[in-house]
Design a protein around this ligand. Sequence first.
Ligand code: DQQ
Length: 536
Amino acid sequence: IPKNQPYRTGYHFQPSKNWMNDPNGPMVYKGIYHLMYQWNPLGVVWGNIVWAHATSTDLVNWIHHKHAIVTSEPFDIKGVWSGSTTFVNGKPIIQYTGIIESNQWNYQVQNMAVPKNLSDPYLVEWDKPAKWNPIMKPTDGVNASAFRDPTTAWKGPDGRWRTIIGSKIDRKGMAIMYRSKDFIHWIKARKPLHSARNTGMWECPDFFPVALKGMNGVDTSAMGPLVKHVMKVSLDDTRHEYYTVGTYDHVKDRYIPDQGSIESDTGLRYDYGKFYASKTFFDHEKNRRVLWGWINESSTVEEDTKKGWSGLQAVPRTLWLDRSGKQLMQWPVREINSLRAKRAILPSQVLKRGSVIKISGITASQADVDVHFELPKLADAEIMDPSWVNPQLLCSAKPASAKGKLGPFGLLVLASKKFEEQTAIFFRVYNNHGKYVVVMCSDQSRSSLEESNDKTTYGAFVNVDPYHDKLSLRSLIDHSIVESFGVGGKACITARVYPKLAVGGGAQLYVFNNGTQNVKISSLKAWSMKKAHIKY
Ligand code: DQQ
């Protein structure tokens, strides 16, 4: 690892060097968590992809093993792309996309890989049975360069397995479904499980059940009256992910969203900042569903070349259905708390209009901070302009420096001593005909004196009633990444930032209120975070 690396993270998953993208085949097996990922052994941009492989007992500290899957056979000689793990009679089987030699560009097929030694909890050796591979080919009208990223399969009441593959026909994105009795021979269903017009290629689809009540996860094959289903896709066009909550009709084998749709701009997202090619798995040992997502850089290739790496994985998140049944909730896995070290507390107090309070005594460049706000006088909220339908545009038009009434209030992270640099994560509250609208913003516009970075501001509406609920904000700060969780995980925003001054000891943390109304901090706790151990 090159020395003097101000942007390398302390507790996010990243390889020793080079390019990383999608998380692949995550699972837990015999008490060991597995994360495989798309990795370029030869450079800082995408290419030469292998499935790198690391394991962990706690989702925090990792040990690398030899690559799980590399190109070698006619059915994957030009590439081993993303895929998922399914437990079939207790045995993990990987399905992944292989690129084959062809006159056609990026000709895609699906393959399977099985562990060579099931008694090895680290599952170091994988076998790609030449007898069966490829298990799915782009036949009858399927676009061979748009046929990839198999999901974890699920078993229907008829005993047959189902899996979906991301695809498109012209601009219509879809999840093609296959069925199998033996997990080897797969037959394409006549109709896709789901599709949506004008969405382009659906990369890395994910389809899974969530319990109607509580925070526990359920097995991917669970269905019936106690669950809803979630369908997520990564849209190649916009590089954003969208999901809907809906019903899986297992008789017709179709997914029907309750409301909204994938093509809509205002659709639900796991994360309203950077987050792509994500994948969940059911952690049957801790009864939770865990989400992994790839966070790419916001710096130029020149900068990435200098630092020698590109790409992070978000801290894995537990994911469950909100009580409303209309959206998901997310929260960093609790194991990450084991890295919390020195703590700073701010006693409950009024955060006066115009004030900026420093949180001292922790390493602000590698920290976890959790703040809860109370709003004494909601009636003073600004009037909502009906044209503000896009929260990202609203946040860009009204950055942290734009004074409001109730807000902006929140955190200034990775701030330099004289505020030449700062990343602001904050709320604003509006009054929309007597109903309150809360917007959460992550403002990167002043995050670095370096001009070449992408400093796009992100925003999300938070479906919360500030009359009854506290507006809380948790941010995981780690040198060049800030992952923020609004109101217990109702809205999440991840940003990449590359400060020049606010690095190491030069970084500071503040809580601020740039509104004309006072708000109350009912609690604020911040921790220095220890380094995670990643062995390469
Ligand atoms: N990355 C993989 C593909 C997938 C894309 C290739 C999404 O399988 O569609 O590295 O980032």
